[in-house]
Design a protein around this ligand. Structure first.
Ligand code: ADP
Length: 585
């Protein structure tokens, strides 16, 4: 409270009044004292002229000199100003004892003043010593035995009374003046401080984000101008903050909805922003408040914030890390501000799919090379053996040529299947118009053809239509390929004398075709990968039966191209059941 301007203004006014009063009081009292002293000296000089003194000396020389002197002096009471505060006495010049006095009370125990001593030497004692509590005047008259000192002393009681009175009046007026001053200063300072206080309150509200409308100030003084400037500043600030907020919201929305993860760090390595995607990608590796260096040490990425900020790189740093089942690419960018490094931005991109695709592509290429090399090696070794075989050993020659032809067929099948798959991969839309399919006769035709190889293995193959299906339009060749692949698998993986059943029917608007066998079945652990390219449960057996490992992959690709589904369920040594559903709508 004592620090407020209001208090300071009041204090300044009070000090001002105090100073003025004290100076005035001092001035007045010294003036009064000087006046009184001068008045005293003038009165004395006017009475004690040289002629008066020589006259008095004559009077002193007479008998009863002291009494005569007293008589004469008593007639000068008026000019000497003798009253209750001022008295005169006639002193014996030899020992300064009082002989006669106008006031016996005051002249009792009269002390030896400087002026008395001066007069005793015969000179005039007329010095006024303001430090003394009295003023006096002493002149010596007469000679020898009749030498006296006429002595006048003023006790200054009157002067003291006057000065006391002056001080009393000054103090009284000071108190009144102070009261008025405090009131006036208070009112004046209020006119200055109240707009400042209201301005301060507004500033506080603005600081807490409340941009109210500030009224225009009418007054044209400094405070009025300050108010108006403040008003302008507040409205500019408000619109600037609005703009910044809009921008911030935009950026925030972008960051929130980005499919890439974003992390930003300040130059000290403290995390200043992380978007939800980054949190999701980092998973358990992200702990709130983690520093740059610790986070990336945890992720096993050899990078420190200092390297990024202070070591120049040709290209931005990029690292691929596997986190759980995911592959994430980290891109590190240095944030620059006024061409100085000001932090680091890390962009996280989930490349799991690309990475998986790349992996399966590499696997596929390796598989293809392997699958083609195996028959080629066989062909080569048989051909070499043939070259060494005696010219006339026709039996061996025929057997070997048979194997070579068989391997060539296998390669042809692999290449044919690969071509089919690559055509399917291209996802080229069918240009030819779809064929009208009458399912029952269509399936019967395929089974008729397949029953030749089934018969070779003494297998029975039957077809049953569960419910009639209306004719529909689709690519006949492709559906035929799917059914051939599935049924030929059933024939291949079912021992001699086995049973293969084909069912067809309609479920809602889809048609379904089910192929059931009672063959060797597929182990549970192999089922999830059964539709992968080149995946086979038993490579040797598949090869023996002429399989390429691409049949089910092709079937699945075709069915999915038609928006259908293919599923397989199997039990080892019991049999396998493959179902396809194709929408006809
Ligand atoms: P393949 O040309 O080797 O038959 P597929 O893609 O047609 O290749 O089949 C993949 C693998 O699935 C086969 O190698 C076989 O092990 C298994 N399989 C497919 N159909 C059956 C079935 N009906 N019974 C048992 N195993 C099967």
């Amino acid at each position: 409270m004592f620090k407020s301007i209001q208090y300071k203004i009041v204090a300044i006014f009070v000090l001002l009044i105090l100073t003025v009063t004290v100076v005035m009081g001092a001035f007045l009292t010294t003036n009064i004292v000087t006046f009184y002293h001068n008045e005293f000296s003038t009165m004395m000089e006017q009475v004690f002229t040289d002629s008066f003194i020589s006259e008095m000396s004559k009077t002193a020389a007479q008998d009863n000199g002291a009494e005569n002197l007293d008589r004469v002096i008593s007639t000068y009471i008026g000019p000497l100003g003798i009253d209750t505060y001022r008295f005169y006495c006639i002193l014996d010049a030899s020992n300064a004892s009082v002989i006669k006095s106008s006031d016996s009370e005051l002249s009792k125990n009269l002390d030896m003043s400087d002026n008395i001593i001066t007069a005793m030497t015969g000179a005039r004692g007329n010095t006024v010593n303001s430090e003394r509590p009295y003023m006096d005047y002493a002149v010596s008259v007469g000679e020898g035995e009749n030498k006296y000192i006429i002595y006048v002393r003023d006790t200054k009681n009157e002067l003291n009374g006057i000065t006391q009175n002056v001080i009393y009046v000054m103090v009284k007026s000071l108190l009144v003046a102070l009261a008025i001053t405090i009131l006036l200063a208070y009112l004046l300072s209020r006119t200055i401080t109240s707009p400042i206080i209201s301005l301060t309150k507004r500033a506080e509200r603005i600081a807490s984000g409340n941009f109210e409308n500030i009224p225009i100030s009418d007054s044209d003084d400094e405070i009025g101008r300050l108010s108006n400037t403040f008003r302008y500043m507040s409205s500019t600030l408000s619109s600037t903050i609005d703009e910044v907020n809009t921008e911030k919201n935009k950026v925030e929305t972008i960051l929130q909805n980005m499919t890439d993860g974003i992390l930003s760090f300040n130059p000290q390595g403290e995390l200043i922003h992380i978007n939800p995607e980054a949190q999701k990608l980092l998973g358990a590796s992200y702990i709130g408040g983690v520093s740059f260096d610790r986070l990336f040490k945890e992720l096993d990425i050899d990078v420190r914030i200092g390297d990024l900020l202070y070591i120049k790189r040709e290209e931005p740093l990029e690292q691929i890390v596997s986190l759980g089942s995911k592959y994430i690419r980290f891109n590190f960018e240095t944030i620059m501000k006024d061409s100085k490094p000001d932090g680091v931005l890390v962009v996280l991109h989930d490349i799991t799919n690309q990475e998986k695709l790349e992996l399966s592509r590499r696997e596929f290429v390796a598989n293809v090379s392997h699958e083609l090399r195996t028959p080629l090696t066989t062909v080569k070794s048989y051909a070499e053996t043939l070259m060494d075989t005696p010219f006339d050993d026709v039996g061996v020659q025929n057997r070997f040529l048979g194997v070579i032809a068989q391997e060539a067929d296998r390669m042809t099948r692999i290449v044919r299947d690969l071509l089919t798959l690559s055509r399917l991969d291209e996802k080229r839309p069918d240009t030819a118009p779809p064929d009208k399919i009458e399912l029952k006769s269509f399936l019967e035709g395929i089974i008729e053809r397949m029953s030749i190889s089934a018969k070779e293995k003494k297998q029975t193959i039957t077809y049953r239509q569960m419910n009639p299906v209306a004719d529909f339009y689709a690519n006949k060749d492709k559906i035929e390929q799917v059914i051939i692949n599935i049924v030929s698998n059933a024939v291949k993986y079912t021992p001699e004398g086995g049973k293969i059943e084909v069912f067809s029917g309609k479920i809602y608007s889809d048609i379904y075709i089910k192929v059931v066998d009672n063959g060797i079945g597929i182990p549970k652990e192999n089922l999830p990968r059964i539709f992968e390219r080149f995946y086979r449960v038993d490579k040797a057996r598949s090869r023996d039966t002429g399989g390429t490992g691409l049949g089910l992959a092709i079937a699945k690709q075709i069915v999915e191209e038609m928006d259908g589904r293919i599923s397989i369920s199997s039990e080892i040594d019991k049999g396998t059941e493959v179902t396809i559903t194709i929408p006809t709508a």
